[in-house]
Design a protein around this ligand. Structure first.
Ligand code: TYD
Length: 136
């Protein structure tokens, strides 16, 4: 799968003067079964997260609060998404390198993932990612 499969998903948004509400339903809004949820918070200014690809894992990244940038790179094409809406999610398919940076103060990055944590699923070295992805 390549970067063209990665896209912003619009979640439902219920406008309400008491505060807006968004919901995410398994089997409907997310293109995989959710097996794990994790979140990044208390990210210090200037920090970078990610810096890896996954062999099989599908993820949806949501800026629950604040904003940050997600750089996606499949080795042929790069795209940067600025996430700043809690009713949007960025779907990231397997075998795409991702880097998260430019976190605003107090931002929270929630990730819905298709599998439980498995270090063997990570490609943490970019040159190795490129070899696995494109051969050579
Ligand atoms: P890592 O995936 O490298 O963080 P990020 O991509 O957000 O920069 O994970 C950092 C550490 O946290 C690493 O030691 C593995 C651990 N970890 C878990 O134990 N479970 C998880 O679900 C995740 C995402 C990470």
């Amino acid at each position: 799968m390549s970067i063209e499969h990665c896209k912003i998903i619009d979640f439902p948004k219920i406008h309400d003067p008491r505060g807006n509400l968004t919901f995410i339903e398994g089997g409907k809004h997310i293109p995989f079964d959710i097996h794990r949820v994790y979140y990044l918070y208390d990210v210090p200014g200037g920090a970078e997260r990610g810096g890896h690809a996954h062999k099989d894992l599908h993820e949806v990244i949501v800026a629950m609060s604040g904003s940050f940038d997600v750089l996606l790179d499949d080795g042929k094409e790069k795209r940067t998404f600025h996430l700043n809406r809690s009713y949007n999610g960025l779907y990231v398919c397997p075998m795409v390198w991702r880097e998260l940076n430019n976190f605003s103060s107090g931002s929270v990055c929630m990730v819905l993932a298709s599998n439980r944590y498995d270090e063997d699923d990570y490609l943490r070295d970019y040159a190795n990612f490129m070899r696995v992805r494109w051969g050579g």
